[in-house]
Design a protein. Structure first.
Length: 279
């Protein structure tokens, strides 16, 4: 069944418009009686039956006045779908660990692939970073547009792979500033957080060995560099801040490969990758 996400809590009656309403009614050509899965932003999931269609206008005999519904998605294309709850679903597809990917901007549209695959692998947050060796540079307008684009990709990937909660793509930030702020947050937090940098020049510690001694952590934040890797100044700053440096192996990985490989390794060693359904 198709899966959609809403920003309000589940209710017995829902009205969906915007891009999801358009896709259901105009692209998928859903019919009355069809069933879909709806998830809200707190992890509640329900199976719903399509009970009505409309355009959002008064001519729809009440269905057009969808603003009075308990939960809705607003859009401009005018396609409206009315849903009725069939049953609540005991479904939870999120990893037992929180996983955050801090990714320095790679060339071209590679971050789109990274975002898609990171979502499939259970990453909860993606933080795009600008480092010394980043070739890509965005002004404020383009940065906002790219963030929206990456979030859309994460949303679509989350629907496709059956996530219970969609990941969040944060605004583009400076690597050095983010490192300092994050190191302080980790130090002050009561939560057990593991913060590490995937560094191509690390020769003392592999990520597998590192994770084996951090089994009790609740949250894992891993930093991946761009093409060209981290500068010496960035690596030294991370070391001064107490951020662990780990190797992904003996071979040099592309930026997009490194991000996907690291997420998979962390989920396999400490998360739920390779496990079975528990709901």
């Amino acid at each position: 069944m198709r899966r959609i996400f809403i920003k309000a809590k589940l209710a017995d009656k829902l009205v969906i418009d915007g891009s999801d309403g358009f896709h259901l009614s105009r692209v998928m050509r859903a019919k009355l009686g069809d069933h879909i899965v709806v998830a809200d932003d707190v992890g509640q999931v329900g199976e719903y039956e399509i009970t009505g269609f409309g355009t959002g206008g008064a001519e729809d005999g009440g269905l057009g006045k969808v603003q009075l519904a308990e939960a809705q998605l607003h859009g401009t294309n005018g396609a409206v779908v009315e849903l009725s709850l069939v049953q609540r679903l005991e479904e939870w597809t999120e990893s037992p660990i929180e996983l955050v990917l801090a990714q320095c901007l790679p060339k071209g549209d590679k971050l789109e692939l990274i975002t898609q695959k990171a979502t499939e692998l259970g990453v909860n947050r993606i933080v795009p970073l600008v480092s010394e060796n980043c070739v890509v540079k965005y002004d404020a307008k383009k940065s906002n547009a790219r963030q929206e684009r990456w979030q859309k990709i994460a949303n679509e990937a989350g629907k496709q792979c059956g996530r219970t909660i969609l990941p969040v793509v944060e605004p583009i930030q400076s690597l050095t500033q983010w490192l300092t702020e994050m190191a302080n947050k980790v130090q002050m937090s009561e939560k057990k957080i593991c913060l590490c940098m995937c560094y191509e020049n690390e020769e003392q510690q592999g990520i597998k060995e590192f994770l084996q001694v951090h089994r009790s952590e609740e949250s894992f934040i891993f930093i991946v560099g761009p093409e060209g890797g981290f500068s010496l100044a960035e690596a030294h700053l991370a070391q001064e801040l107490g951020i662990a440096s780990v190797s992904l192996g003996t071979r040099i990985l592309r930026a997009e490969t490194a991000a996907i490989a690291a997420a998979a390794i962390i989920q396999y060693e400490n998360g739920d990758l390779g496990g079975i359904l528990s709901y």
